[in-house]
Structure formats: C-alpha cells, structure tokens
Write a protein that binds this ligand. Structure first.
Ligand code: NAG
Ligand code: NAG
Ligand code: NAG
Ligand code: NAG
Ligand code: NAG
Ligand code: NAG
Ligand code: NAG
Ligand code: NAG
Ligand code: NAG
Ligand code: NAG
Ligand code: NAG
Ligand code: FE2
Length: 438
C-alpha cells in the first residue's frame, strides 16, 4: 500500500549459501542474562481494562486509503455491540463529523470474541491533528492522531519498525522505547500476540495484546503484515479458517490497491508498476520471513519466496525490505542472488547496488526468546547482527537520503546500536555499503 507520507510506498507481503568472509560485524555486545522473556500476567497494568459500561478497549488505527486522507478506527466492546459511530474533529473544524462502520464477532474453539468495530473515517486533511471519540451512547473514550503530510517527493517522515512483539515484560520495554522515539507511523513486520502459543490458542491473549498496544496504536497508524503466528489454523480443535482472529481484529486497506482475490505474485506484479517514483520516492517492502538471514533460526526459510520475487525488487528499485520472524536483529548489505539457472552454479549472494538493503527486526521481545545461534563465520551479505531485543526507526529526509537506526532495549532509546545513511535506489543509486563486501 502507498502511504500518504513522505513520498513513500510500503508493500506488505504475507508470509543459502554462506559466503566465507568476515566483512560484517557481529556485535560484541554481551547481555547480562540470557533467559526466555516472561509474559506479563493477565492482571498486569499493561492490560488494564478501561472502566465503565461497555467501554471501548483495544483501540487501534491504520491508514484507510492510499494517500493518508482516511483512517480505519478499530475498537472492541464487551457488554453489548454498542455504536459503530466515530465522532471526530480537528482543531480548525467548526463542527464535528461522524462516520459509521461495521461490527464483527467470531468464535474460536470455545472462545467468543467481543464486538469488534471498524470504522473508516474519510475526507481528512493532510498533516492535521484529529481528535476522535468512540463508545458513543455509553462510556466514551477520546484519542487523537495526526494525518501524514501530503504526498510529495521530498517530504520528511519517520517510521518505526517492530516485529514479533508478543506481550512479555521485554515487549513492554520495546514498546516504551519506541514511544520515546520520533516515529509517526509504525511498520509492523508480523507475529503479533503469540496467543497461539497458549493451549487452544487462547484468544484472551489477543485481547490482552490489543489492550497492551493501544497506548501507541490508538494514536498513530500501525501498518500490518501478517506472520505465521497469525495463521491460527488448527485441525485438532476444528479451526480450519486461516487468519481468523487476525483478519477479524486488524483490518487493512487492501481494497484501495484494487486487490483481486488472486495469488500474491499477481497482486505484486500489478502493484509495483503503479508506483510513480517522481511522486513517491521511497519504496519499502514489509514481509515476515527474511530472505537474508544468517541465524540458524529459520535459516533459508525465505528461499522459496526469494527466488520468485527477488528480481522484481531489483527491477523496481526497492530501497529497503523489513522482515521479522527471526527473533534477533540483522542488517544486510545490498546483495542479490538471482543469477542461478540450474546449470551455472551461480548461487552465492553477491554485492549488487541495484538491490535493497534487507533488515530483520524480529526482535520485539516475545516469549519464545531470542535467536542466539549464528552461522559462522558471518557471511559477507550480513553487515551487522546482534541477538538483542529492540526496534528500528527510518527517518526519510528527502528523495535521496534516509537515516536508519536500530536501538537495543538494554541501552535505552537514545543509543543507536546500528545506524547508517540509506541512499535512495531511484534518485541516488550510489554505493552506501558499510562493510567491504567483495
Ligand atoms: C489542538 O487543540 C488542543 C486543545 O486546545 C491543543 O492542546 C493542541 O496543541 C492543538 N493541536 C494542534 C495540532 O494545534
Ligand atoms: C464535538 O464532540 C466533542 C466530544 O463529544 C464535544 O466535546 C464537542 O463539544 C463537540 N463540538 C462541537 C462543535 O459540536
Ligand atoms: C476452553 O476449553 C479449555 C479446555 O477444555 C478450558 O481449559 C477452558 O477453560 C475453556 N475456556 C472457556 C472460555 O470455556
Ligand atoms: C448504552 O447505550 C444505549 C444506546 O444509547 C442505551 O440504550 C443504553 O441504555 C445504555 N446502557 C447503559 C447501561 O448506559
Ligand atoms: C505540517 O504542519 C506543521 C504545522 O502544524 C508544519 O510545521 C509542517 O511544516 C507541516 N509539514 C508539512 C510536510 O507540510
Ligand atoms: C509497561 O510499561 C509501561 C510504560 O513504561 C509501565 O507504565 C508499566 O508499568 C509497564 N508494565 C509492566 C507490567 O511492565
Ligand atoms: C526526536 O526529535 C527531537 C527534535 O528533532 C530530537 O531532539 C530528539 O533527539 C529526537 N528523539 C529521538 C529519540 O530521536
Ligand atoms: C476508506 O475510505 C476511503 C475514502 O472513501 C476509501 O478510499 C478506502 O478504500 C476506504 N477504506 C476501507 C478499508 O474501506
Ligand atoms: C545459465 O547461465 C550461464 C551463465 O551464467 C549461461 O552461459 C547459460 O547459457 C545459462 N543457461 C541457460 C539454460 O539459460
Ligand atoms: C545453539 O547451537 C548449539 C551448538 O550447535 C546447540 O547445542 C544449541 O542447542 C543451540 N541453541 C539454540 C537455542 O538453538
Ligand atoms: C537530503 O538530505 C540529506 C541528509 O539530511 C542532505 O545532506 C542533503 O543535502 C539533502 N538534499 C537536498 C537536495 O536537500
Ligand atoms: Fe514468525
């Protein structure tokens, strides 16, 4: 989907070859203690239920259209369906506006969801702060957000990147650090609540996750990518509809890309040529399983997808690809590996300044713990890797320059453990590598 900010496009995709060379950096940072993170208890303050009859909870927003003039407002009520209405206004508007949405419920094994509301509010002004109220008729709650600036080739904008967050004490630290950054929209690279790690995929943990993330997601758009923990397909308990909890709870503006119900490949090949780089200078792809990963965890899992899509990313000059899935941090150099043709033996990633930088931000902090084991020696495609929790930020400055930084949780948000200037592949296709890759 195209975001209305900063001349930027993010496309969310669902979802080896080791070179013996030590060009990259394996962080020497040593954590004091390596142990699996612990989920916050159900009665934790992070999951507090707002008081009042039928009070809206789990409030979250996501961009509702291509350019940023619509926002999907979502919330859950538990006592009765209540109203689907959102009342909203900006500081400069003399009147209030209302929009009406839809309400959904679903069952999962022996769990019945609350009333899940989604209302698309439209005709918003760019770069404007709006206040909004949900829970009309009973207990109301008020929030606010700021729309992105109008699409323009040199408009600055800052994104956060989080993946595989879960709901542990470490997840809480990641979110707090992200909130202290200057991110205006969060790019979420998949694996949300980890409810499926509980017996019968206890969907109560989807509700706690919704309440936990509200403190950010009600105030700025979170752009969703689905991961494997959203599948929730389980024959043993008769749950045969994939992505049931996720798709009921997290609506996305896929209609605005005129998506047809065809395969992902067909969708992507029609979406990529539509991007006008003289209008939207940065092309960012989000997916769940990384293609360039040098941890043992999920090693080469992204290969089937890479061989199909990689040449498209190069052709359309994707600037950066964010993924999650591996519970650690890693950044690649600009590399590609698309020359193999079954007979030529060319199957090693090579430096390619036409290719994207690949970044794994699967380091949100979920209860499954860090991926610690790395392949040795560090392959040349890997510029920086570290087994710590944290989050990333991408500050787009103009059509040619963006600053990326990764912040490990242990340092507090002010320390950038890994950072670099990214040069735009369309407007500034110079070599921006940070290691001496052959
Ligand atoms: C909007 O109005 C509120 C309350 O009057 C004020 O606190 C806030 O700073 C204003 N925001 C903008 C963006 O003007
Ligand atoms: C708009 O709605 C808010 C919240 O319900 C209310 O406080 C405010 O007075 C309303 N403004 C107008 C102009 O009706
Ligand atoms: C669902 O079933 C499991 C296993 O029988 C049980 O432990 C749990 O309490 C049930 N939950 C509800 C909401 O009935
Ligand atoms: C909740 O709101 C509905 C619709 O306005 C109203 O009929 C009902 O009496 C309210 N319930 C309570 C407990 O306030
Ligand atoms: C957005 O609005 C603020 C004032 O509220 C202004 O300072 C800023 O330059 C605007 N940004 C863009 C990109 O128009
Ligand atoms: C989660 O983080 C928030 C914000 O820092 C803090 O107020 C809250 O106490 C934390 N909760 C837990 C269970 O760590
Ligand atoms: C956020 O932006 C302000 C103003 O540009 C800057 O002073 C501050 O250091 C930034 N914070 C972070 C965490 O980057
Ligand atoms: C929200 O409304 C806008 C403007 O009418 C429309 O373009 C967009 O497709 C809508 N989004 C959803 C998810 O319905
Ligand atoms: C495979 O690639 C090699 C060179 O990389 C080329 O010489 C050969 O013709 C290719 N084979 C096929 C079947 O395309
Ligand atoms: C890491 O690798 C070592 C040696 O191969 C193995 O014993 C250990 O179980 C691995 N640890 C994890 C967490 O995979
Ligand atoms: C783009 O941003 C970079 C980094 O802030 C800056 O060095 C460069 O001069 C800017 N380019 C233009 C044309 O302003
Ligand atoms: Fe995953």
């Amino acid at each position: 989907m195209k975001m209305g900010n900063s001349s930027f496009v993010a496309i969310a995709l669902l979802m080896s070859v080791v070179v013996l060379c030590n060009g990259g950096k394996t962080s020497s940072y040593v954590r004091k203690l390596i142990q699996n993170p612990v989920d916050m208890p159900l009665d934790s303050d992070a999951f507090a239920i707002p008081p009042g009859y039928n009070a809206p909870q789990q409030v979250h927003i996501t961009q509702g259209d291509h350019v940023g003039q619509a926002m999907i407002i979502s919330w859950v009520t538990v006592d009765e369906p209540g109203s689907n209405e959102v009342i909203y206004w900006s500081n400069s508007s003399l009147q209030n506006f209302t929009a009406e949405g839809e309400v959904f419920t679903y069952t999962y094994y022996n769990y019945t969801s609350g009333f899940i509301h989604h209302t698309n509010i439209t005709n918003l002004e760019f770069n404007t702060t709006y206040f909004y109220v949900v829970g009309i008729g009973n207990t109301t709650r008020q929030f606010w957000f700021t729309t992105p600036p109008e699409v323009g080739i040199d408009v600055p904008y800052t994104f956060g990147i989080i993946g595989d967050l879960g709901q542990t004490f470490d997840s809480n630290t990641t979110l707090t650090h992200y909130q202290n950054s200057n991110g205006s929209t969060l790019l979420y690279v998949g694996d949300l609540s980890y409810a499926d790690d509980y017996p019968y995929h206890d969907n109560v943990r989807w509700d706690t996750w919704g309440r936990f993330t509200e403190r950010s997601a009600a105030y700025q758009p979170w752009i969703w990518t689905a991961g494997n923990h959203e599948i929730d397909f389980d024959l043993q308990i008769g749950e045969t509809q994939s992505f049931k909890p996720f798709s009921n709870r997290y609506h996305t503006p896929y209609e605005s890309s005129q998506r047809t119900s065809t395969l992902q490949y067909k969708w992507l090949t029609t979406e990529l040529p539509k991007i006008d780089r003289t209008e939207t200078s940065w092309l960012i792809v989000l997916m769940h399983a990384p293609w360039y990963n040098s941890y043992y965890s999920h090693y080469m899992e992204g290969e089937p997808m890479r061989v199909v899509f990689e040449s498209l990313f190069i052709k359309y000059k994707v600037d950066v690809v964010f993924a999650g899935h591996v519970h650690a941090y890693e950044r690649s150099e600009r590399v590609s590996n698309d020359k193999y043709n079954i007979t030529n033996g060319i199957c090693t990633p090579v430096k390619d300044i036409s290719a994207p930088v690949y970044i794994t931000n699967g380091d949100g902090g979920n209860q499954e713990g860090l991926s610690i084991n790395m392949t040795q020696p560090q392959p040349s495609y890997s510029a920086y890797r570290e087994a710590s929790f944290g989050h990333g930020t991408l500050e787009i400055k103009n059509r040619t320059h963006a600053f990326y930084s990764w912040n490990r949780n242990q340092d507090g948000y002010a320390v950038e453990a890994d950072k670099l200037w990214l040069f735009n592949r369309y407007w500034n296709p110079l070599d921006d590598s940070t290691t001496n890759i052959p």
